[in-house]
Design a protein around this ligand. Structure first.
Ligand SMILES: Cc1ncc(COP(=O)(O)O)c(C=O)c1O
Length: 408
């Protein structure tokens, strides 16, 4: 990450107090980030996550979140969290293996497994922690992880922590996967194929029905990170594997509770043996405080709503299709998206952020995304409609995006 500092020792380069050394280091790294046009700041939002909310002091349409089904402020979800805070307090008070394993956690996991049709599920504190826990639990130095080129950063970091070899194959390409597997299988002990279900910056669904049979043929284990697919895709909301009819062939399914489930946390679902392995070896599970009771109970209430109210995922996908069509009518191609994540690639960092700021001024928040979240020179607006956006807001956003891109 650093710049010129690596050319000498700290003592040679800095001659100051500890605070000066730290601030000098930070300034040097941040200058490099500014030069690359990827400096970021956090916006300040106010109020519950909703289709309209206050962003940096201005009331706008929110098209940038992951609360896709608008469950984060649902009365049943909020009430479940409030009840849990009253009855169980605000903390689990320890890791799951010591004092933190409440009956609530076990109930959430049994309900998730029931919903997904798996033998078991295990909650993690975030999707990031699930991926950096599960990949090292399954692979080590003699093994190889075969990873899609556009997999999420948490899969990349899980691979690094696992110490296994890593081979990256061309995004979404079953033939490329086959070729890599042919090469690596003979030289490694275990092989794990890691895929996102829905790609978080492009909105395409992995062709799991083409890729999983390839992995199977080579005897590889398959992990699908369905952070954005669980709750939003498939006839029952079970995600991209349900959509493509391959649920039975996913060995490790990771899903999040902080996106469509309107709460916080994540889970890994699969066999009972997988759960047992993770409880015993996944470091991000073992060495971390358990999910707090309000989060657990909010997730359970949200799961009931996901099961009971299919209209939410249907409206979400209808809104996304309307947005893609409205942008398409302006000549804006949102390929390869087929889901509720709608990218508008602009390319240049500065131009992308200028369009993002202009849209905010006009009352729409669609975040500009730059490297390293996406490959260099593919900066984009990442637009995420919600199930409860009115169609008028979607049409108005598409018009505004087209006008601001033309003007930028
Ligand atoms: C594909 C994917 N996997 C994992 C994560 C991490 O999930 P969490 O936000 O719960 O840490 C994200 C977050 O955006 C994601 O997009």
């Amino acid at each position: 990450m650093g710049g010129s500092r690596v050319d000498g020792t700290a003592a040679e380069i800095f001659d100051g107090t500890a605070a000066e050394i730290l601030d000098g280091t930070a300034a040097e790294i941040l200058d490099g980030i500014r030069e690359r046009g990827t400096y970021r700041r956090m916006r300040i939002l106010d109020g519950a996550q909703a289709p309209r909310m206050e962003v940096d002091g201005k009331d706008v349409w929110l098209f940038a979140g992951s609360n896709y089904l608008d469950l984060a402020r649902h009365p049943e979800v909020s009430e479940a969290a409030a009840r849990a805070a009253r009855d169980y307090g605000c903390a689990a008070g320890g890791s799951r293996l010591i004092t933190g394993n409440l009956s609530l956690h076990e109930a959430l996991e049994a309900e998730l497994a029931g919903f997904l049709g798996t033998e078991s599920a295990l909650a993690f504190n975030t999707g990031y922690m699930a991926n950096v826990g599960v990949i090292p639990a399954l692979t080590d130095r003699p093994d190889v992880v075969v990873s899609d080129a556009l997999n999420h950063a948490s899969i990349v970091d899980g691979c690094r922590l696992s110490r296994a070899s890593v081979r990256v194959f061309a995004h979404g390409n079953a033939d490329a996967l086959d070729e890599v597997l042919r090469e690596v299988v003979p030289a490694h002990r275990r092989v794990l194929v890691a895929l996102d279900g829905v790609y978080s910056m492009d909105g395409d669904v992995a062709p799991l029905d083409a890729m999983i049979p390839v992995a199977r043929r080579h005897g590889a284990m398959v992990l699908v990170d369905d952070a954005h697919g669980t709750g939003t895709l498939g006839a029952s909301g079970r995600g991209s594997a349900e959509l493509l009819g391959v649920e039975a062939d996913v060995d490790v399914l990771m899903g999040t509770l902080g996106k469509s489930f309107g709460s916080f946390g994540a889970f890994v679902a699969g066999s009972a043996a997988l759960r047992d392995l993770l409880v015993n070896t996944a470091r991000s599970f073992i060495f971390s405080c358990a999910l707090a009771p309000p989060q657990v109970e909010a997730a359970r209430a949200a799961l009931r709503l996901v099961e009971r109210e299919p209209w939410r995922r249907e409206r979400l996908q209808a809104n996304a299709a309307r947005l893609r069509a409205a942008l398409g009518a302006h000549g804006i191609d949102c390929a390869p998206s087929t889901t509720h994540i709608v990218p508008v690639v602009i390319g240049d960092n500065a131009r992308t952020m200028a369009v993002c700021e202009r849209l905010l001024e006009r009352g729409f928040y669609a975040q500009g995304i730059r490297h390293p979240s996406v490959p260099a020179d593919t900066a984009r607006l990442r637009i995420t409609p919600m199930a409860t956006h009115p169609v008028e807001a979607i049409d108005a956003l598409a018009d505004a995006v087209a006008e601001e891109i033309a003007a930028a």
